[in-house]
Structures are given as structure tokens and as C-alpha cells.
Design a protein around this ligand. Structure first.
Ligand code: FBP
Length: 550
């Protein structure tokens, strides 16, 4: 048996907080139904594709009737990238089901959605659950990114569930995984299988949210881990005064992570992809913007600083976005032929099929970046932006620009840059108190949604910028989050990613301060996540959440 750390031993005893309706009333809750709902966009198409789950009412829980009279059997699956708090969602679900009936059973499907299809599972009993309470990672049952969208897959899942007597499936995942959940729920209702489907909002990216879903679990811990590291680097930069640090931060598409980390650490430069797209900034303009700050600081003898770069940046730069869209169509049409090629051959293949504009943009990129852009798409058709070294690309372009300015005599400083990528460092960290509580509450709430007989719902815990005693619980239909998007060259229903809103309070707070951050060394050093101690140190939600919900 592997040794467990002292912190892990101490954290095992941590009792996550629950919304008052569960903490005070146990499972004696009633689902109160609100009005009918609509999808975020494309209502006619979404309604036509989801006739059984479209328009369902929002639900909130209030004190009510007692626990279930028969045991409940549930299957749970972790889907997509790891996010701190996932083990607690499962622990909360388990505890909620046991509170309903002591003989309830929880099956954990292994390796993500594929486990549901292949019927690979393990029974999650108290001993298993207890070993994973308040820990990071998804290793209790593993995860995967398989797409679940074909009727034969749904049929197989239904058959597997029937065989095990499973009455509900809980899918813990991000936008793509909850799109799977929505499709599965619709199929199960259409086929009258009697199997319910509930989703839980997971992703460090923070892009699975709307008016009702205030945040996804994992965002809090991951951004605190990255902010600790950024703070440490800022202190090093300030001490050594000789390096510019270019730090790429995870977040496949939206820049919520970069924005939150900027608000926590006050770096000299933070790029926000959504702003770049709105301003239609070219790669050249972005380069000039970064180089301009470096020049002004360098001319004032401050040859150091920190630049935060969102992982998804390249997809928001208009000329590269267009290039990726064209490349995706080319790849989509000749998938097998393309995948059989080497990376060098892929570059030639795509060059022969791009429009003149995209070809110019493509040819302007260093070869390494060209190849990275043509690596395998994930199963949902997304470019794997975590594999694109945008931070190195920007260092190269900025160095070229500064060299030009030096020649012209307008820049007198020195430029030495180091690159970093923070992503995997934060995805499996031990969950902060917030994520431990929030994840546990989402899981516990999922058991209440199941007990209420609901399907096609997302578990929703609200008022989470307040202390947990003020949190409320309920659910919204997954169809509320859906719209139509182009994937693999086709229009398909998917959950819409929530991007950074440029008129939202977090971005405005950042925009108001960034000019000062560029000139000065206003760095903030957040330090490591604290698990034990005063609430103002240990129980603070993200700046994004506090600012948005203030
Ligand atoms: P999810 O959307 O599944 O939560 O994934 C988040 C993420 O961490 C992104 O930030 C990142 O681009 C991607 O996963 C990396 O994927 P992988 O784990 O397959 O390398």
C-alpha cells in the first residue's frame, strides 16, 4: 500500500460543507419546479432534436418529504480533463444515495464514457470512497474523452445499465461531456428505457457556466495553483531583474483562467483571447503590443517582467482562426488519408488546399507551429491547443520586433525570455476548500435530482460566492445550454462554451488596472492554497466569482 502524505491524512478527515437544504434537512427535500426553459440559441433546431428534454422547467430544492423507500442503483462516469474536486463529486453522490437508502449502490464506470459502452466498472463502496475523499485527480475510476453520440452506443449503454439494474447515470464533465449527457438523456426518454441522466459541471477552464451555473468545479483550485506559481515567478523576476517570463495558461478556448490569474497576481501583461478577437488583432499587432511594453520598460532599465498567454489564443487571432477552420474542413473531408501522413507531409497536403489568405498566414508561422496546428484533433473535433507552443511563438516574434526597434535606435534595453506552460500542474491538485465543498455539494445534489425522478438535468448549486450555509441547490435542463455549431465540417448540437465577457465585471476590473501593471511592478504573491486556518485565507472563492456575483 502506497504511503499517503501527512496533508492527505489530515484532509481525509475534512467534512465538506453542503447547502443548508441538505445540511439541515438531510435528504428530506422537495423539487420545486419553475417555468419552462429555452436553449441559449437556435431554439427551433434544438427543440426539434431534443423533443423530450427541451423546455423542461428549472428545479430548486426546498425542505420536504422523506428518503426513498427502495435502494437506488446509480452509475457514475468521469469525463474529459481532470479537475480538482472530482473525487468529492463522487463522494457526495455516494453519501446522498446512502442517505436515501442504506442499501443504495454506486457503480463507477472506468476510463470515461468508453467504460459505459464496454461495461467496465467497479463498485464504489464506503471503503473505496473513503480512500479518495478530498483528494485531487480522477484516478478513482479514471477518465476519457470518447464521444457518445451514436444510437448503437446508447443502446449498449442502456443494455449494460439494465443488466446491472442501474436507474440513473451521472456524467461528470465539461461542455463536450455534458453534450454527451444531453444526447443520452434524450435517447433514453425517447426509447422509454426509464434510465435517468444527470450532468455535473466540471472543468478547470471555467467555461461551462451561465446565469444559473455560477462556475464549474476545478476552476478555483487550478487558478489558485497557477497564481501561486506566477507569484513565485514574479518574485524571481523582481529579484533577478534579467528575464521576461512568457507563461501560457491552460484553458482550451476561453481565457477565464488567464483573466482570473491576472486578477490574482497583477502581471505586466495578460492577453485575453476574447478581446483580441473582438478587436480583430492580427498576430503582428499582438506582437507589437507585447513588444511595446517590453520596450518602454527596457528603456526605463526594467528588463524583466511577466506575460500571461491564454492557451487558446491562436484560435482567436482572426487570420489563424480562419486558417484553422479551413484546415479542419480539409482534414474532415480526407480524415483517413490525412491521418496516415507524417507531420511534414501534412503541412504540404494542407498547403495545397488552403485559400490564398490562409496560406499566407500558415507560411508566416515557424515550421514547428505549423506542425503543431496539424496534430490530431480530439474526438470532438477540437484542435489540441495545449500542444501548440504559443508562448515560444510569441517570444520569437517579439524578439524579432525588438531587434528591429534596436536597429532603429528606439529600444535600448536587453531581452532575455523564458517560456512556461502551466496546465497539468493544477488539474489534479488537492481541491481547495471551495472545490472540496462545491464538488461534494454537486454530487450530493445529483442524488437528490435522481430521487426526484428527473432526467436531462445539470446539477446546480448556487450562491457560491457566499458562505456554504447560504448555498442553494437544484437543477437546470441540459438543453438550456445547447446551440448549433460546426464540428468536423458539420452543424451539430453542442453545449456552448461560455467565453470571457468583455462587458463583464471581471474583465472591466482587469482593463482598468492593466496600464499601471505594465509600467510598475505591482505584483501580488498569493502563495500556496491553504486548507487549514482562518476563513479569509482558506475559504475565499475566485476573484471572478466574487466580482461577477458582487
Ligand atoms: P475539459 O474541457 O475536458 O475539462 O479539459 C480541460 C483541459 O485541461 C484544457 O484546458 C486543455 O486544453 C485540455 O484539457 C487538455 O487535454 P488533455 O488532457 O487531453 O491533454
Amino acid at each position: 500500500m502506497a504511503e499517503i502524505s501527512k496533508l492527505q491524512q489530515a484532509r481525509a478527515a475534512y467534512l465538506p460543507k453542503l447547502p443548508a437544504v441538505f445540511a439541515q434537512q438531510g435528504m428530506a427535500v422537495t423539487a420545486v419546479k419553475g417555468g419552462q426553459t429555452t436553449s441559449i440559441a437556435d431554439p427551433l433546431e434544438i427543440q426539434a432534436m431534443f423533443p423530450h428534454t427541451y423546455g423542461l422547467p428549472e428545479v430548486s430544492f426546498s425542505a420536504g418529504t422523506g428518503p426513498a423507500s427502495t435502494p437506488i442503483k446509480v452509475g457514475v462516469v468521469l469525463s474529459g480533463g481532470q479537475a480538482p474536486g472530482g473525487h468529492n463529486v463522487i463522494a457526495g453522490l455516494f453519501d446522498g444515495l446512502i442517505a436515501q437508502h442504506a442499501d443504495s449502490l454506486l457503480y463507477g464506470f472506468l476510463g470515461g464514457p468508453k467504460g459505459l459502452i464496454d461495461n467496465k466498472f467497479k463498485v464504489l463502496d464506503a471503503a473505496v470512497i473513503n480512500a479518495y475523499r478530498n483528494t485531487g485527480g480522477f484516478d478513482i475510476i479514471g477518465s476519457g474523452r470518447d464521444k457518445l453520440d451514436k444510437p448503437e452506443q446508447f443502446q449498449q449503454v442502456a443494455a449494460n445499465c439494465k443488466q446491472l439494474g442501474i436507474q440513473a447515470v451521472v456524467i461528470i464533465g465539461g461542455d463536450d461531456s455534458n453534450t454527451n449527457a444531453c444526447l443520452l438523456a434524450e435517447y433514453f426518454l425517447a426509447q422509454k428505457t426509464g434510465i435517468q441522466v444527470i450532468g455535473c459541471p466540471k472543468t478547470i477552464d471555467g467555461d461551462l457556466k451561465n446565469q444559473q451555473i455560477e462556475t464549474s468545479f476545478g476552476f478555483d483550485t487550478a487558478t489558485k495553483v497557477y497564481s501561486e506559481l506566477i507569484g513565485n515567478i514574479q518574485r524571481d523576476a523582481l529579484s533577478a531583474k534579467k528575464y521576461w517570463h512568457f507563461i501560457k495558461l491552460m484553458g482550451r478556448s476561453a481565457s477565464h483562467i488567464a483573466l482570473e490569474c491576472a486578477l490574482q497576481t497583477c502581471p505586466n501583461i495578460a492577453l485575453i483571447s476574447e478581446e483580441i478577437a473582438a478587436r480583430k488583432q492580427s498576430l503582428r499587432q499582438i506582437t507589437e503590443q507585447i513588444a511595446g511594453v517590453i520596450r518602454d520598460r527596457g528603456n526605463a532599465k526594467a528588463n524583466f517582467g511577466v506575460v500571461l498567454i491564454p492557451e487558446g489564443l491562436v484560435e482567436f487571432v482572426p487570420e489563424i482562426k480562419q486558417l484553422i477552420a479551413e484546415a479542419n474542413d480539409v482534414i474532415g473531408k480526407a480524415k483517413e488519408e490525412f491521418e496516415a501522413l507524417t507531420l511534414e507531409a501534412r503541412v504540404k497536403f494542407v498547403q495545397g488546399k488552403l485559400s490564398a489568405e490562409s496560406l499566407t498566414a500558415f507560411n508566416a508561422l515557424p515550421t514547428a507551429i505549423q506542425m503543431q496546428l496539424l496534430k490530431e484533433r480530439d474526438s470532438h473535433g477540437n484542435v489540441q491547443v495545449s500542444l501548440i507552443e504559443t508562448e515560444k511563438l510569441l517570444i520569437e516574434l517579439v524578439a524579432r520586433q525588438l531587434a528591429e526597434w534596436k536597429k532603429a535606435g528606439t529600444y535600448t534595453g536587453k531581452f532575455a525570455a523564458l517560456n512556461h506552460f502551466f496546465g497539468y500542474e493544477g488539474r489534479c491538485a488537492a481541491p481547495s476548500n471551495f472545490d472540496a465543498d462545491y464538488g461534494y455539494s454537486l454530487g450530493y445534489n445529483a442524488s437528490a435530482l435522481i430521487a426526484a425522478g428527473l432526467s436531462g438535468y445539470m446539477s446546480v448549486v448556487s450562491q457560491v460566492s457566499k458562505p456554504a450555509t447560504a448555498w442553494t441547490a437544484g437543477g437546470i435542463p441540459l438543453t438550456m445550454l445547447m446551440n448549433m455549431e460546426r464540428r468536423h465540417g458539420k452543424q451539430v448540437p453542442v453545449i456552448r462554451k461560455a467565453l470571457v465577457e468583455l462587458d463583464g465585471k471581471p474583465f472591466l476590473a482587469f482593463a482598468q488596472q492593466r496600464e499601471e501593471w505594465a509600467k510598475n511592478n505591482d505584483y501580488v504573491f498569493p502563495g500556496p492554497i491553504q486548507y487549514f486556518g482562518p476563513a479569509e485565507v482558506c475559504d475565499q472563492p475566485t476573484v471572478t466569482l466574487k466580482t461577477e456575483r458582487a
